[in-house]
Design a binder for this molecule. Structure first.
Ligand SMILES: *[C@@H]1O[C@H](CO)[C@@H](O)[C@H](O)[C@H]1NC(C)=O
Length: 179
């Protein structure tokens, strides 16, 4: 009797946790208005292929780019949303996010710049750097043997990038997220 009860109560806890997390994830992850997976289907149909081409090239050279792109994406999204702000350069009067302590050793910015240049050549002024980063992180993960996930596109690039905001917002310790 006792083992059976223990089994069913832990089963209940597991099941209800899964249901809770699924509900939470569904509640926070629907695409924002204007975003869609097929955002560039008409305006730059070759975008996905171009990004994948470059990501394949980088991973062949160095498989740790999968981690690098995911860290870059996480650090971009955490500060002011996924707006490409982590890619911006400092100016004479502003120290950008990339100078933040938490962003020490951040890699992949040069690579995103290179993909952006290729996309500007193919479809001038269409694909945002924020979206390039989102796709690159996903594609690199898949190529490294990880899971595929759908990405919503149509993000606009931000113009604000401040190192102190990154240091104030990004945790030095990252806890696993159910999403
Ligand atoms: C930042 O500066 C580098 C080097 O000058 C340049 O290649 C890159 O395009 C710049 N990035 C942005 C987002 O302006």
């Amino acid at each position: 009797m006792a083992p059976a009860r223990a089994f069913s109560s832990s089963w209940l806890i597991i099941t209800s946790s899964v249901v809770l997390f699924a509900t939470l994830c569904a509640a926070i992850s629907p695409y924002a208005p204007g975003l869609s997976e097929s955002y560039y289907a008409k305006s730059c149909p070759q975008a996905a292929e171009i990004i994948e081409h470059y990501v394949t090239k980088y991973l062949k050279k160095d498989s740790t780019f999968a981690g690098a792109f995911n860290r870059l994406q996480f650090h971009d999204c955490w500060v002011g949303g996924c707006d490409g702000s982590v890619l911006l350069n400092s100016t004479a009067t502003n120290s950008a996010e990339r100078e933040a302590h938490v962003n020490f050793g951040l890699r992949g910015i040069k690579e995103v710049d290179e993909i952006k240049a290729a996309l500007e050549y193919a479809c001038p002024g269409v694909v945002s750097c924020a979206d390039i980063l989102i796709i690159a992180a996903r594609d690199a993960t898949v190529k490294a043997g990880g899971p595929w996930w759908p990405v919503a596109l149509g993000r606009k690039d931000g113009s604000e990038s401040v190192d102190l905001l990154a240091d104030a917002n990004l945790p030095f310790l990252v806890f696993p997220s159910p999403c």
